[in-house]
Design a protein around this ligand. Sequence first.
Ligand SMILES: [Zn+2]
Length: 461
Amino acid sequence: MTRENAILNAEKMFDDGSFFNLLNRRVTHTTESQNEERSDELRDYLTREIGPYLEGMGFTYEVVENPVVSRLPFLIGQRIEADDAPTLLTYGHGDTVLAMTERWQDGLNPWRLTMKGERWYGRGAADNKGQHSINLAALNCVLHERGRLGFNAKVLIEMGEEMGSPGLREICNRGKKMLLADVLIASDGPRIDPRKPTIFGGSRAVFNFDLSLTLREGGHHSGNWGGLLANPGVILAHAIASMIDTRGRVLVDGLTPERIPDSVRKALAELEVTGRKGPEIDPQWGEPGLSLAEKVYGWNTLEVLAFECGNPVAPAHAIPPSAWARCHIRYVADSDPEKFHAAVQRHLTAHGFDMVKVTPVKRSLFKATRMDPEDPWIKWVVSSVECSTHQKPAFLPNIGGSLPNDIFQTVLGLPTIWIPHSYGGCSQHAPNEHLLSALAKDGLRIMTGIFWDLAENPPIK
Ligand SMILES: [Zn+2]
């Protein structure tokens, strides 16, 4: 009964094709949450696939109705071994974005897992069926080797993540007792580099707002009125220019963090941001004095997403009556989004733009979260991954993008550990989505190691 054997089980499962077959079966479920006609398929994924699989591992489960969008149910499963054992919560989503069948490469069917070289193509292969399948399979490998997990396990699967996770917050709020745990360990998103095992603790979040200015009704001929009438497009452009300088530095007091905590700065210093396979990075853009990693993981940005005045499709010789811009702030956990609206308003007033209206875009958004690199759970998981891969993993206190992680951190009060099993080029949300076979195998190894260690030496006082 050893850690090595448990990991050998995981490798065997990959090598003999049984993990591929398992994932293929899951990929055949046409679980598009953005397609209103897929209600039965979404439910079937839970009742015919995940539920029975969990029962096979000695879990009980129930399908929990979604209080917000009824066609997007949840599954909560649990295997309780002992009151005094550590308790794991793991999470995944079984829904996918639309298949986009017509746009896949020849010979590929989004609803069948197809192996081509190192790539396993299929809708959901990376986001997120492949990732939660790795984690559940790893639990199984530990179970086989040890005869029990050595901890209590709870599994939460949602079917509406690609719709913005409606109902997830409510389910967690209501099910606080049921979902009580010591730690969340889950997988989604890409590694920082395909060859680098990656751990992240949280995510940045987004605050969207509109700037608008209407000076009068209707446009007026520029020959007769130009020079006599103020142009709202010009005024709004100046207002934005007062907020961000020509090199992308945010000039509004209260929109950026006071500082980057030392422990975060230290963790970020080990990360290399190359933008590999993406557009070329503009090193001069953004907050001066910050490294590339600090800019994208440790700081806030203010962006203009869209700007409109007049009729961009058919410009007329007229002074437009109004102008509009959609802006957004991507922020880290130590910023308070409740203060952004007032900060922007205060700035515009102070700069003589009080005629510009600031309107936050209402949407129940996720809040930013982060894990301190010094947290005992992070130290524990870093050493577990290192032990399984003989490689120092990259640790990101938070990713640059967004994730519903605040539900787990603030509603359930859990330390949160994310271990992505995919990579930036996986085409999630696009045609030709795929999982890299080497990452699947590595993921099985890593997660089996983590779950083995959870029973042996969890960092619980
Ligand atoms: Zn997705």
